[in-house]
Design a protein around this ligand. Structure first.
Ligand code: SAM
Length: 369
């Protein structure tokens, strides 16, 4: 096993040729067996075969994990229960069953829209493992709502439902463009910051577009990735050539490195309080400054954080918070209404077998017969 390498091949097979206990952290996002189209993998195995395969690669990952290693697995609804059971059978210790709740989920017609993925957080040992809690903290409601001076000045840890990482959609700048299941780098950064230290080895046995490797490299970790597709492996190597190690970036002449600003914006997303309410709140800003300093390895003060927030607000668009949609007056009832009703009529024709109703105001409801 050579660090900072993207291998092409079958992960269970390759991992079985590596020495035992050579990896500090593994993150796996396997195909979910839902018929997704990949370059050279058919995502449609019989259930028993898929579960047996899952057991094989989970056992292979467990073998290469160090005694104090951590193992995260992302999985869909259909096989989440199997992953939990296999983890127990392999002697892995479940620390969290995380729900990644994302925006831009798939729209459904006759059931609730799916907007989550399961992420299992296992450790090899029940007691001995890395968990860098200080790098993960952010202001709680006690800081933001009440400015409560008794609240922990380091902030609170995230819940096990993560809703601050939107899916990487087609239009996002982050999108690498060659893989349909690209995960957000910020999500991987949280996992890597939590469960590894600089210089340690992070494995992704289904590296896909290379997100885990990119996040690991940016945070000063060593990466090893595996993918069965020569195309994905090639593109991932290319992607990684454009990624720099940001872990030792320092401000120059009062200017923040882009990585530090990005981390501040992530803290803003996690805090979920609009800037107008955040800037005057010294108690919350103190937590943000402490957490940011831990995340980037450079001491920032409340004044630094406030000035950077103001600079970003003046020059760029701040990340959009879920309940922060500015009101834009629209003219749906007159001009846009006609277009809407025409569109509804087209949909009615298309959806044979369903009843569609469109009232004059453009309301569209539909129900199965
Ligand atoms: C869900 S994608 C991973 C996406 C990745 N997390 C990202 O952010 O881009 C799963 C990947 O597993 C790869 N794969 C499927 N079977 C494999 C196997 N046996 N060994 C290694 N990789 C495999 C597929 O080619 C695909 O790229």
């Amino acid at each position: 096993m050579k660090p900072d390498t993207i291998y092409c091949g079958d992960s269970a097979e390759l991992l079985s040729s590596w020495p035992e206990g050579c990896v500090d952290l593994a993150f796996a996002d396997p195909p979910f067996n839902i018929g997704y189209v990949y370059d050279n993998y058919v995502d449609d195995k019989p259930n028993a075969e898929y579960v047996a395969w899952t057991r094989d690669w989970m056992a292979a990952c467990r073998r290469v994990l160090k005694a104090d290693g951590s193992f995260y697995i992302a999985i869909g609804d259909d096989f989440a229960a199997d992953v939990r059971v296999i983890g127990r059978e392999l002697g892995l210790h479940l620390r969290n069953w995380i729900i990644w709740r994302y925006t831009f989920g798939q729209n459904m017609k006759a059931k609730f829209c799916r907007a989550h993925t399961h992420i299992f957080y296992f450790t090899k040992d029940a007691q001995v493992f890395t968990f860098n809690d200080r790098q993960l903290r952010f202001p709680s409601a006690r800081h933001t709502e009440y400015q409560d001076l008794r609240a922990n000045p380091l902030g609170r840890l995230p819940d096990d439902v993560w809703d601050e990482f939107p899916r990487v959609c087609g239009t996002f700048r982050e999108r690498a463009g060659f893989h349909g299941c690209q995960m957000p780098e910020a999500l991987l950064m949280r996992i890597i910051m939590a469960s590894s230290n600089p210089g340690e080895i992070v494995l992704d046995p289904f590296v896909g577009s290379g997100t885990t490797a990119a996040a690991a490299k940016r945070l000063g970790r060593r990466y090893v990735g595996i993918d069965i597709s020569p195309e994905y492996a090639k593109h991932t190597r290319e992607r990684l050539r454009g990624v720099t190690d940001d872990s030792s970036a320092k401000p120059q002449d009062g200017c923040w490195p882009a990585f530090h600003t990005e981390m501040l914006m992530q803290l803003y997303r996690e805090t979920k309080v609009t800037l107008a309410n955040l800037l005057p709140n010294e108690v919350a800003l103190r937590v943000i400054a402490a957490s940011l300093s831990e995340r980037v390895g450079h001491a920032y003060s409340v004044a630094d954080v406030r000035a950077e927030f103001e600079r970003v607000a003046a020059t760029k668009v701040l990340p959009k918070l879920p309940n922060d949609t500015p009101y834009t007056p629209r003219d749906h009832w007159t001009t846009e209404g006609k277009r809407y009703v025409r569109k509804t009529a087209r949909q009615r024709r298309r959806l044979n077998g369903e009843l569609l109703f469109a009232d004059a105001g453009g309301f569209l409801g539909h129900q199965r017969k």
